[in-house]
Design a protein around this ligand. Sequence first.
Ligand code: NAP
Length: 244
Amino acid sequence: MRALVLVWSALLLVTATTHAEQELDIVIYGATGEVGSHAVHEALRRGHRVIAVSRNPAQVAMQHANLSVVEGNLLDTAGVARTVTGKDVVILSVRGVIGNSGKPESALQFIAAETLVDVLFPLGKNAPRLIHVGGSGSLEVEPGVLFAAKLPKILLSKDLEIEILGQILTLEFFRKVDDVNWTYVTPPMNFTNGPRTGVFRIGGDRALKDSRGRTRVSRADFAVALIDEAEQARHPRQRISVAY
Ligand SMILES: NC(=O)c1ccc[n+]([C@@H]2O[C@H](COP(=O)([O-])OP(=O)(O)OC[C@H]3O[C@@H](n4cnc5c(N)ncnc54)[C@H](OP(=O)(O)O)[C@@H]3O)[C@@H](O)[C@H]2O)c1
């Protein structure tokens, strides 16, 4: 049994490190962020062309022949349309709260998802696919109970609470969208700074736990899952979760 697990692990590793057959143009919003920067590295190492978007492109120190850095703000719908039109995949890995309404609708993740759907829909068959980095608060920890409901609010900043609820709202929003090709990729409760192993599991609405009851994945491995989805489009209009 152990040998089987090892063979399976090795297979997963090989799959995850194989260079892409088709080079893609991948736009990454949040390229300067903790999660998005790993997606930039993962896409480049597989030979894709990356368009890294930042409100302040000078923040992107990295240089690579396949990397272009463009200025952009998700609150500028016309600018988003210019940036994503003609590309293959858009990855949204952003966070923030806009204004002070205190409502989940003010989470940047939700605003960005709405904006992208508005921009992509008119592009029809030529629209890039949309991969949204979701929030673990939307995962079920027991039947009918979301992780968000278990979080002690007293320990959360107001903005983080808005983002958590905003990510749940974003998933509800996507689930009503059937004319744009989206995938909501959900991290586990804990991100680690661990290495890229290429070995992880893909689940659905339930939080995946490892043998010690932990729900975690490294940012580097989460990025592997993001770029796997960019290349393989295995989960159109679905929410998936990623964890060890
Ligand atoms: N366990 C979990 O569920 C969990 C944990 C962590 C993160 N996440 C999710 O992962 C995603 C990324 O989080 P992170 O921790 O990597 O974020 P981060 O490091 O704080 O980075 C945030 C990114 O958002 C971008 N951004 C902010 N406002 C923007 C705007 N108006 N237009 C365009 N880009 C904008 C920033 O880009 P510039 O400043 O360069 O413009 C930055 O790259 C989020 O969806 C977050 O909810 C989930």
